[in-house]
Design a protein around this ligand. Structure first.
Ligand SMILES: C[S@@+](CC[C@H](N)C(=O)[O-])C[C@H]1O[C@@H](n2cnc3c(N)ncnc32)[C@H](O)[C@@H]1O
Length: 329
């Protein structure tokens, strides 16, 4: 029997403060999970909330919330990158707030059978939605160069080539099926050194981000937010990974007219254009000491929030990170 700990909603007080939900607002929680954020938002005002999650397991907590909050709460199964299409099914085109708590939940990590954890044996899966290509498909079929690129860029794993090479040699004899097969191979391939983290941490993180196309989803959701939020509407993003935070930070810099070095991917505002967002918090918000003591997972959480202005949409924001291999085998 898997021991599943409930998900602790990270930076909850700070999220409520910057989101500032009001009666009759229409708000999207794009990462419903166990419903921690959704519940607090619904309790903070008499607003209406649409919750999105791609994990079929989220449905159970959503059913419970629907019985408690009635018409004020609606669950939409799917990806937050597709929120415009999901909301269109409910005839909703404008919002007062969007909140995203990016990444995976404690329940997902704790369920060994989902394949997210290098500490629990299970199928090498890692799909949040339980559909599409699994981590095993990638590990067993991608080229050495593509694997190394995924590990290096999405995991910041400096020993990406030795690990990718070892994977290719091992899979000739027997394709990878389980999390521990991969974790043990990595442990045997690279020296732990002085690092406190498990040698497989970065590769597992990279595979998870890749399989679930997490960075592309984030980029799509930022574009959707610019389109969906009413003037005065609030965008609140909590991220746990430096690449995610960089994507949010660059988006907000470009949309608030604060981009010092425009690039091919991220355009600056023309002089005639007005910013489409203003920052709610100028400095990124992180966990207080009390929260860190209560929940170690809040250690890497970063909160950024901005308010939509009445300016026109600025145009598409592209993923500013290096290109990744295609997700097919
Ligand atoms: C960190 S948890 C959110 C926890 C939630 N705030 C709470 O208080 O319970 C992230 C959740 O977002 C979901 N998720 C991640 N990426 C997603 C995406 N692109 N579309 C929809 N759901 C996503 C995951 O399945 C997971 O349940």
């Amino acid at each position: 029997m898997t021991d599943i700990s409930p998900h602790y909603p990270v930076l909850m007080d700070e999220v409520l403060q910057v989101l500032n939900p009001q009666d009759d607002d229409v708000i999207v929680d794009g990462t419903f999970g166990a419903g921690g954020y959704s519940r607090h938002i619904l309790e903070a005002s008499n607003c209406n909330l649409l919750a999105i999650d791609r994990d079929p397991n989220a449905q159970q907590a959503a059913n419970q919330m629907a019985t408690e909050y009635g018409e004020r709460f609606k669950f939409l199964a799917g990806q937050f990158g597709d929120m415009q299409a999901l909301l269109a099914t409910q005839n909703i085109t404008k919002l007062n707030g969007i909140v995203l708590d990016i990444g995976i939940s404690s329940m997902q990590i704790d369920q060994g059978e989902r394949g997210f954890s290098f500490q629990k044996d299970g199928p090498l899966d890692m799909r949040m939605s339980s559909a599409g290509i699994s981590a095993a498909d990638v590990v067993n079929h991608f080229s050495e160069a593509d694997l190394a690129r995924i590990f290096y860029i999405l995991g910041d794993e400096k020993r990406s080539y030795p690990i990718a090479g070892a994977i290719l040699r091992q899979r000739v004899d027997k394709p990878f099926e389980t999390t521990l097969e991969l974790a043990n191979l990595i442990e045997n391939t690279i020296k732990k050194g002085k690092s406190k983290i498990h040698p497989a941490t970065k590769v597992f993180q990279a595979l998870r981000i890749f399989i679930n196309q997490e960075l592309n989803e984030l980029v799509k959701s930022l574009n959707a937010a610019e389109c969906l939020l009413k003037p005065g509407g609030r965008l609140v993003v909590v991220s746990f990974h430096s690449l995610e935070d960089r994507i949010v930070k660059k988006f907000l810099k470009s949309r608030t007219g604060n981009l010092s070095a425009p690039s091919r991917h991220v355009m600056a505002l023309e002089e005639t254009e007005k910013p489409s967002f203003t920052l709610i918090n100028r400095k990124v918000i992180t966990a207080t000491k009390d929260e860190l003591d209560a929940n170690i997972r809040s250690r890497s959480a970063k909160l950024r929030a901005a308010m939509r202005t009445d300016a026109e949409m600025f145009g598409e924001y592209f993923n500013p990170l290096p290109k990744m291999p295609q997700l097919d085998v």
